[in-house]
Design a binder for this molecule. Sequence first.
Ligand SMILES: CCCCCC/C=C\CCCCCCCCCC(=O)SCCNC(=O)CCNC(=O)[C@H](O)C(C)(C)COP(=O)(O)OP(=O)(O)OC[C@H]1O[C@@H](n2cnc3c(N)ncnc32)[C@H](O)[C@@H]1OP(=O)(O)O
Ligand SMILES: CCCCCCCC/C=C\CCCCCCCC(=O)OC[C@@H](O)COP(=O)(O)O
Length: 269
Amino acid sequence: MDVAWMLLLLFPLLMWTSSTFVFYFKKFFYVAWMMFLAILGIPVCLLKSGGRDVENMRIIRSMVRHVKYLFGLRIEVSGWEHLQTEGPYVIISNHQSSLDVLGMMEILPDRCTTIAKKELVYAGTVGLICWLAGIVFINRKKTSDAKSVMADAAKTMLDEQIRLWVFPEGTRNQNGDLLPFKKGAFHLAVQAQVPIVPVVFSSYSSFYLRKEKQFKSGVIRLRILPKIETKGLTSDDVSCLSDQSHSLMRTAFLEISDLVAKSNGPLKH
Ligand SMILES: CCCCCC/C=C\CCCCCCCCCC(=O)SCCNC(=O)CCNC(=O)[C@H](O)C(C)(C)COP(=O)(O)OP(=O)(O)OC[C@H]1O[C@@H](n2cnc3c(N)ncnc32)[C@H](O)[C@@H]1OP(=O)(O)O
Ligand SMILES: CCCCCCCC/C=C\CCCCCCCC(=O)OC[C@@H](O)COP(=O)(O)O
């Protein structure tokens, strides 16, 4: 009887420690695996393009596609047709975690790179391969610097026919909703007079919770929304454009997250 009671008391503790252990193990493995892939990818990038070039994103894309299987993640994409747009455009998406890279690499169009915080360039081999793939680094603490880097990026987009992926929330967010959008992505699209393609990742809360230290297998839904034209718009229209995009993406986020929650079931044991 005593043993039974002890087991009963120990069981939740064991469950807790095992799921916490799995969480840290998977996190560590994710970072280590990406670092390792980058070690393999760097020489390939250098051999193929000789330096910093957006074409290197193709190499990253092909090298990262298998990673979802290692974590038991299934990625379901809808709205592919909205990426079939000629020439440059700005992709905007919500940002929950570094796991977003997996969904990103699933749909990344050719000649598309991204805007990231400058700290990422110091992330060892991952930082180096990000630099080689033409990632545009911004200093979020210095708005004036960030703005001028993004204005240059608007020119480069047109000169070199490049697409840019921006996370308009400006930081990772797992609060079950979208954060208000920063304006940079919309200024960028208006300055370059290129369309915006919104992409929405469903909530990860049914398989990955950072605070609760849970990381299971599960499903990520990605919905690509119809493009939003910016031809003829000026900086006066940026707030309106941002609000419109936020509202469309929020509706899609709540809808696909609900579908995923129903198919995945609740995370908590
Ligand atoms: C081979 C294997 C390899 C394995 C490894 C693989 C690894 C990787 C592969 C690649 C994947 C990499 C993925 C990287 C993900 C990284 C994600 C991030 O780092 S997210 C964080 C960085 N991104 C952003 O911050 C972008 C969004 N932020 C913005 O756009 C911001 O607006 C800003 C940073 C430009 C400015 O910030 P802030 O001052 O806080 O923002 P606002 O309130 O929006 O702006 C203040 C006013 O300034 C005006 N404004 C903004 N931008 C501009 C502009 N470009 N031009 C003119 N004016 C601008 C804005 O309108 C505001 O004024 P107001 O009068 O209030 O309107
Ligand atoms: C020298 C060792 C340094 C180790 C650093 C580990 C680097 C990460 C390694 C592997 C992960 C691969 C995917 C990397 C791309 C994801 C980057 C990312 O998601 O950055 C967070 C940023 O968007 C928002 O940051 P904040 O939430 O504002 O903070």
